[in-house]
Design a protein around this ligand. Sequence first.
Ligand SMILES: Cc1ncc(COP(=O)(O)O)c(C=O)c1O
Length: 464
Amino acid sequence: MAKSWATFGVDLHLEPTGSGLRRGLTDALRDAVRTGRLAPGTRLPSSRSLAADLGIARNTVADAYADLVAEGWLTARQGSGTRVAERAMGGPSEPPAPHHAPEHGRLPLDLTPGTPDLSSFPRTAWLKAARRALAAAPNDALGYGDPRGRVELRTALAGYLSRVRGVRADPERIVVCSGFAQGLKLLGEVLRDRGAGSVAVESYGLFVHWNILQRAGLRTVPLPFDGLGTRTEDLSGVPAVLLNPAHQFPLGGALRPERRAAVVDWARRTGGLVLEDDYDGEFRYDRQPVGALQDLDPEHVVYLGTVSKSLAPGLRLGWMVLPASLLPEVLAVQRTGGWATGVLEQLTLAEFLTSGAYDRHVRAARLRYRRRRDALVAALASRAPEVHVRGIAAGLHAVLQLPPGTEASVVRAAAWQGLSLQGLSLYRHPSATTGPLDALVVGYGTPPDHAWAGTLEALCRVLP
Ligand SMILES: Cc1ncc(COP(=O)(O)O)c(C=O)c1O
């Protein structure tokens, strides 16, 4: 069958093929979007007029549109009709870079880890906090100010971090930074200035963070891991170690108690420094709380946090709680690097924390992500029982272990379905000695609510 339409300014040759009209039409439309023949934002004809053009039942068109909305290729809004989704572009390609890839490189169904559901950003509450914060800000808040960041935010963070994460936090020792990444950059430069040549890291992690350390002149040395997680008993020869003690990224476990103790013993014995990356500590779903490692020894552990998972990475807001001995050196580097985070954002976050809006947002988000996680686990149990899921007690992502040798083909098959997936191999340190494992790192927090069911369905379709 070959038909065309010319309505609403859209003139497209459509060839529904295969068995069944609905399926054929869905495939043909998907193909038109995927190949760019229907550009993002294009308004599609009404189901009535397309049905008339094609000589088929209106319900068939409506069903095909609904399928493509669920898959994320189209959007449907009352008053503005059915349109090609803004991000519906690209096609099967090389897997995207680990999760700091630009948004426009992604496929319409997105399980790339690293981003919360941005459509659930609490805009109204944030706006309210921003108004209040600006109205209450003294004039001097708009000046250059303290290189550690606004005292209002440091005070609010000290209260929040000790209440929720068990961090021993004094506002005087907190430095606000432009996300975790900038904090790491500052620490890397301080370590280099102290004469360090290397930092131990976990065998699986983020290239972007290893690169930050490397650009500061530090070699990254991967620690081995076993079935219980990262091994920390031998840290000889390095002056510092970067860890995700509460929730390893991407493998997902918490650092075992005896390994936490071993790191702290090493730091005390040798004067070493532990960089604790607590990137998603707010999202824990089991009953067992995993507090911050920093509480064990605030003079040897730098605690780093961020709003990138709890609110949005685009805010570029993070913080460090520093050992007293490190503070002057960090501030010296901070002063040479310009001003990290805008004061209005800082004051807004302070207001957001002290008003209780942050707690409310995190509690609601935790519930939504927990439901998604449960849906993922249930879907895997019934549709892909061979796939073992791990790392689900916390965070916004899960690791799906695949049969050996299948990771690349599953990622490619997903791309053909318009689904962005990342293999675990993207996160493996080039010098890691253990592994490799074939697995997917599934960011179930990433899709907006309306696309979640379709995205999960697409995932189940591509799993072995
Ligand atoms: C392991 C890990 N650490 C830290 C971060 C936060 O980075 P930033 O605050 O620079 O956005 C992320 C975010 O993707 C992450 O995955």
